[in-house]
Every structure is written in structure tokens, then in C-alpha cells.
Design a protein around this ligand. Structure first.
Ligand SMILES: Nc1ncnc2c1ncn2[C@@H]1O[C@H](COP(=O)(O)OP(=O)(O)OP(=O)(O)O)[C@@H](O)[C@H]1O
Length: 653
């Protein structure tokens, strides 16, 4: 029987095969998180919700501004209030001026009578203009400071989340939303100010209208209701469009980053990946454009209806004014003033409603921001308060750890292991066998999951240790270490000083790894900026960076970290550098627990004990010699590493 084989994969965007039990299209970047709360928020946007929320949002915006720059915020509020007062005075002066000009009698007498009102009008207008400049200048001071504070608070909150949060799609999504919220804070303040200014101006206009004829007041509503409803409706349309395209916009950012980031720039070129990635980029962009176009059309339709309704309201208003004048219920001068007041009121209402809706919409993002700050996206590190000493014994019991996601099998399964101070333990295993995951758990970066066994440091469960104090006891060289865009010496000490002479301490750590030799070749020695592409910056070789990373961990041991963890610390090093580091590692071993992950099995010889892992389990433990002399995975891997016999070349035909 011949079997029709399906292609193993197909291009993104292709339709699923009808015969397939599961969709066969490639998976794409998606935040899958249950219960999309933002969609509910979007659909609950309404005029009454907006009116209820505005005072709270204005209070929050002013609180942010107050926190960022008290003096400027106070001056800003005073300038705005004074501007409103002068606006009201100008309106009253307009009424006085018109009344004086339109009364019967000779024109020269009119002008004389109008002079005080005209003077008040001119002075008020001039002061208002000056205050407008002050408001702009002060906003220019406060806005960026608010943004800076929001940014710093967000970074702090992000860094205080558990590492495991990064494995959760919902966390990444809430970070994106909070980031957007932080970016809106300066606009939020501007909108809050505009709402305040429009309210003050509206109050002035309403005051003038009341003194002229109270029957004119209801006409204010005619201009505002349709515009208000439309503004809320469009806020809802745009918010829903934004959250619908969250995934695509996140994907665009990630594609963009991969395409322009220096780390991959060589591969983007040599692998000629640009056209392929651009197709994906354009497909995601097209989906965003389609949604935003639809939203734009719908919003335009709503705005058009509102404009028609507002026009009809305006016609009604002017008709009513004509009626009041023609029936003698209001004088000509008062009608002229009412026209000014109504125009001022109409633009104030529009400003209030438009900015109110904008503020409300931004407030939704601000909620995301504050939610994130409150709980670091629901993952704030909250552990015990016990401050650990360097651990004498670390005990791992029945440890099982599964990363989130249905497709993953548990990374660790039933691990039992005891580590003693002074011991060097090598972890060996094939790719994906769980070595790095175990190291992250041992160093407290991940915590054991509920029902997933436990890790204790001298009998204390690791979750009960105070997080900062725990991390102070750990010096690590991770598999993928950071290449900080900082001067060489800062790349080693990272702002933590070991006491004594900091330069000597950095140099001592560097001497253990050979990083000192790398530094002597740099133009400005220890002060050289390790960031190629920036002025004066230098780039290190892969091995140069790895020596820096190991020096960083060794430097931390000068402050006595009780746990030294090295995850493939010599993978980029030449034999001389590797030898030097392994030698140093042994000299640093007394007084601490040292764990070394390596794929070079010869390196494991320096360990007191070798632990072999396979698919999340420990399958062998013993000294190097014991394991090398026993049938098993270690021996098999050792044989493969030493076997360099190759198949005989094909003979020429
Ligand atoms: N952050 C993560 N989220 C989800 N799965 C992960 C994550 N990190 C690792 N895994 C998965 O957990 C398993 C163990 O990975 P781990 O990195 O611990 O293996 P390893 O033994 O260190 O591998 P290698 O020798 O390749 O470095 C693998 O199946 C891997 O795909």
C-alpha cells in the first residue's frame, strides 16, 4: 500500500488540510491567555461610565504630575485657573462693550461709554494669552517628568517579577499593555488639563448666559450631547480595534527587533532572510491595517451622524435666539453677547467632551499600567524573610518542574539530589535534558511548583528565603550571559563593590579568567566602552565576552556567595583560557557549593561528583572514573565524544 505523505509544514497563512485531525498550519506569535478582560473593558465603554470615571482620572493625572514636579504642577493649576477667570472677564467685558456700542445716541458717546469695558477686554485677552504661554511652558516641563517617572516605575515593577512570569503569555501581554499605559501618561496630563480648562471656560460662558437670559442655557446641551455620544462611541471603536490587534503589533515589534538588532545582523544578510521575514511582517501589518481601516470607517460614520445632529442643534439654537430678539425678550446688545457666549460655550463643550473621551480612553491604558505596578503583572516576588548564610547543604527532593504550555513535557521529573559545601558537582546530559532548568531552581530563580517536590537550603525551603539575600549568595555564569554596553570594569563589578580596593578586586577576578589579557589590548583599558557602534566603543570576541562573564561570577565570590553556578562557562574558549578557568574554579571551591554544566566530558573530571541527566531525570551519579568505567549514558556520550572515525569517502565512479 502506498501512503500519501503530507508535507511536514506549509507556508504561513495556508489553509488547514481538510483531512488533518489538527490544523496543520504553522503556529504564529500569539498571546494565548484565558478570559480576555480587556475585551470586556472595551465593550463596557459608555457615556455614563465615562462621566463616572473622569474625576478619578483627572485626580490620578494630577497626582502623577504632583509626584513628578510639585512646583510646576501648582503653577500650572494656578495659571489655568487664572486663565479661566480672565476668559470669564473677557466675556463680561464683551457684553459691556456691545451694550455700550449698541445703545441709542451719538457714536463718540458710545465709545467713551465702552472704554472701560474695552480696556478690561484688552487686558483680559492679553493676560490670557500670557497665561496660555505659561501653561504651555509648564506642561512642557511636567509632561516629560511624568513620563520619566512612569517609565522608571514600570522598569522597577518589571524587574521585581518572578523569572517564571516571562514564561507566561499573559504576563508578556500585560507588560505590553502597561508599557503603552506608561507612554500615554504625558498625553493623559495634557488631556486632563484641557478638560479642566474647557470646564472653567464653560462655567464662565454659562454664567454670562444666565445673566443675559436663563432660557439660553438649555441650548448648550444641544451642541454637546451628540458630540459627547459620538466621542464615547469612537473611543470604544478605537479601543476595541487596538486590543484586537495586540498580537499582530507585538509580532511586528519582535520581527522588527530580530531584523534590525546587531546580534543577528550578520545572519539577516548571509541567510538572505529579509524577503521571507518581510512577507511575514507585511502579513501582520495588513491584518492591523484591515482592522484599523474598518474602525476608521465606523468612527467616521458615527462622527458624521454626530455632526449632522450638532448642526441641527445649532440651527435650533440660532433660531431660538432670533425668536427672542424679534419678540423683544432680549435686546440686540445682549443677543450679540449671547452669540459670543454660545460660541465660547460650544467650543468649551466640544473641548470637554473630546478631551474627556480621549482621557477616558487613555485611562483604560492607564489602568493596565497601574494594575501592572501594583503586582508586577501578578508575579511580584513575594517570598519569605529568612536571610540565608552560605548553604552548607542543599537538598533537592522529588523535584518535578513543568514549563507552562500544553505541548511541553515536564523539564524535570522526580529529581533527588544533595549538594554539600566544598563540593564541585558536574551536571552532564544531552540537549534539553533539564540541566539549565535545574540550575535555575537551585539558584532560586525559579521556585518549585505546588506538589512538585522541594528544595531546601540547610533545611529551609527555598521559598522561605528572602529573595535579595538569596541572590546575594549566588554567583552564576548563565548559558546566555549579558553583554552589557558598559565600560570593561563595570562589566565585571556591575555596581556591586566587594569592599577593599574595587579596582584590585576586579583585576583579581579578571586574572583568574584571562579577561585581564583581553583588557590590556583595549585602547582605553578598563575604561573602554564595550559597545561597538557607539563612540569609542569596542567589541570583544565571543571568548573575550565569555571571560568577562566568568570574571563577573568570580568577582561575586569575593563577597562570599555560597553557590557558584557555571552553565557551560567555557563553550567559547580556547584550550588555554578553558584550562585557566577550570583551574581557578577548583581553587574557589572550598567554602561554597560549585555546580558546573559542561558538554565537554573531559572537563567533568575536575568535579568531585558527576550527575548525569536524561529527559528530566537523574540517571547516573558517581565519580568520573566510576561512570567512565560503567555501561550507561555517560560512557556512551564519552565514547561518542572521543570517536572521530568518519565513514570512508565514496570512491569515485
Ligand atoms: N523558558 C522555557 N519555557 C519553556 N520551556 C523551556 C524553557 N526553558 C527550557 N525549556 C524546555 O525545558 C526542557 C529542558 O531545557 P533545559 O534548558 O533545562 O535543558 P538543558 O539540559 O540545559 O539543554 P542544553 O544542553 O541544550 O542547554 C527543554 O525541553 C526545553 O525546551
Amino acid at each position: 500500500m502506498t501512503e500519501t505523505r503530507r508535507p511536514p509544514f506549509r507556508e504561513t497563512g495556508a489553509q488547514p488540510d481538510d483531512h488533518a485531525e489538527q490544523p496543520e498550519h504553522d503556529e504564529e506569535l500569539r498571546y494565548q491567555f484565558p478570559g480576555d478582560k480587556r475585551h470586556d473593558v472595551g465593550t463596557s465603554i459608555s457615556s455614563s461610565a465615562m462621566v463616572r470615571r473622569l474625576p478619578e482620572l483627572i485626580r490620578r493625572s494630577l497626582a502623577l504630575a504632583w509626584h513628578a514636579d510639585r512646583r510646576s504642577t501648582l503653577l500650572l493649576l494656578l495659571a489655568q485657573a487664572a486663565s479661566g477667570v480672565f476668559g470669564a472677564l473677557a466675556l463680561y467685558a464683551t457684553t459691556g462693550t456691545l451694550a455700550a456700542l449698541l445703545r441709542p445716541g451719538p457714536v463718540t458717546g458710545h465709545l467713551r461709554a465702552a472704554a472701560p469695558s474695552l480696556t478690561l477686554l484688552t487686558v483680559s485677552a492679553a493676560l490670557r494669552a500670557a497665561l496660555g504661554i505659561a501653561v504651555t511652558t509648564l506642561s512642557g516641563r511636567v509632561g516629560p517628568r511624568v513620563n520619566r517617572d512612569a517609565d522608571l516605575a514600570l522598569i522597577e515593577a518589571g524587574c521585581s517579577a518572578e523569572l517564571a512570569a516571562y514564561d507566561q503569555p499573559a504576563y508578556n501581554e500585560s507588560w505590553e499593555a502597561a508599557d503603552r499605559g506608561a507612554a500615554t501618561t504625558p498625553d493623559l496630563l495634557a488631556s486632563a488639563q484641557d478638560v479642566i480648562a474647557a470646564t472653567v471656560s464653560l462655567a464662565a460662558a454659562a454664567g454670562v448666559l444666565t445673566t443675559l437670559n436663563p432660557w439660553l442655557l438649555p441650548f448648550l446641551l444641544l451642541g454637546s450631547v451628540p458630540a459627547g455620544l459620538a466621542a464615547v462611541r469612537t473611543a470604544r471603536i478605537h479601543y476595541l480595534a487596538t486590543i484586537t490587534t495586540n498580537d499582530e503589533r507585538a509580532a511586528l515589534r519582535i520581527y522588527r527587533w530580530h531584523l534590525i538588532d546587531k546580534q543577528r545582523a550578520d545572519q539577516v544578510r548571509s541567510d538572505q532572510v529579509l524577503p521571507f521575514m518581510m512577507r511575514k511582517y507585511r502579513a501582520a501589518e495588513a491584518r492591523i491595517v484591515a482592522v484599523t481601516d474598518r474602525a476608521g470607517t465606523e468612527a467616521a460614520r458615527v462622527s458624521l451622524l454626530a455632526a449632522l445632529a450638532t448642526g441641527a442643534g445649532a440651527a435650533l439654537m440660532w433660531g431660538a435666539l432670533l425668536y427672542l430678539v424679534s419678540t423683544g425678550r432680549i435686546g440686540l446688545a445682549a443677543a450679540g453677547s449671547a452669540t459670543f457666549a454660545l460660541r465660547t460655550a460650544a467650543s468649551s463643550v466640544q473641548g470637554m467632551v473630546g478631551n474627556g473621551a480621549r482621557l477616558y480612553r487613555m485611562g483604560l491604558y492607564l489602568d493596565d499600567y497601574f494594575d501592572f505596578l501594583d503586582s508586577a503583572g501578578g508575579h511580584r516576588i513575594t517570598r519569605g524573610e529568612i536571610v540565608p548564610d552560605p548553604p552548607g547543604t542543599i537538598e533537592v527532593t522529588a523535584l518535578t518542574y513543568a514549563y507552562p504550555g500544553e505541548q511541553q513535557e515536564a523539564a524535570l521529573r522526580g529529581i533527588d539530589l544533595t549538594l554539600h559545601q566544598g563540593e564541585v558537582v558536574a551536571l552532564i546530559g544531552q540537549n534539553g535534558s533539564g540541566k539549565s532548568t535545574l540550575l535555575k531552581l537551585l539558584s532560586g530563580l525559579y521556585l518549585p511548583q505546588d506538589g512538585g517536590g522541594q528544595i531546601t537550603w540547610d533545611g529551609v525551603p527555598i521559598a522561605q528565603l528572602e529573595a535579595d539575600a538569596l541572590f546575594r549568595q549566588v554567583a552564576r555564569v548563565p548559558q546566555e550571559f549579558a553583554r552589557w554596553p558598559l565600560p570593561a570594569h563595570e562589566n565585571v563589578h556591575l555596581g556591586r563593590h566587594a569592599g577593599g580596593d574595587p579596582v584590585r578586586a576586579v583585576e583579581a577576578a579578571a586574572a583568574l579568567t584571562g579577561f585581564d589579557e583581553v583588557v590590556t589590548r583595549l585602547r582605553s583599558g578598563w575604561r573602554t566602552l564595550l559597545a561597538q557602534g557607539w563612540q569609542g566603543g569596542a567589541e570583544l570576541s565571543g571568548g573575550g565576552w565569555q571571560r568577562a562573564a566568568v570574571a563577573r561570577a568570580f568577582y561575586r565570590t569575593a563577597r562570599q556567595p555560597g553557590l557558584l553556578i557555571l552553565d557551560e562557562p567555557t563553550s567559547d574558549l580556547d584550550p588555554r583560557a578553558e584550562h585557566r578557568i577550570l583551574h581557578a574554579l577548583r581553587t574557589l571551591a572550598p567554602g561554597r557549593i560549585t555546580l558546573l554544566v559542561t558538554h565537554n566530558l573531559a572537563n567533568a573530571k575536575l568535579a568531585d561528583r558527576v550527575v548525569v541527566m536524561d529527559r528530566g531525570r537523574i540517571v547516573q551519579t558517581g565519580t568520573w572514573d566510576e561512570l567512565a568505567g560503567t555501561e550507561g549514558l555517560f560512557r556512551e556520550l564519552l565514547d561518542l565524544q572521543t570517536d572521530r572515525t568518519v565513514p570512508a569517502p565514496r570512491t569515485a565512479p
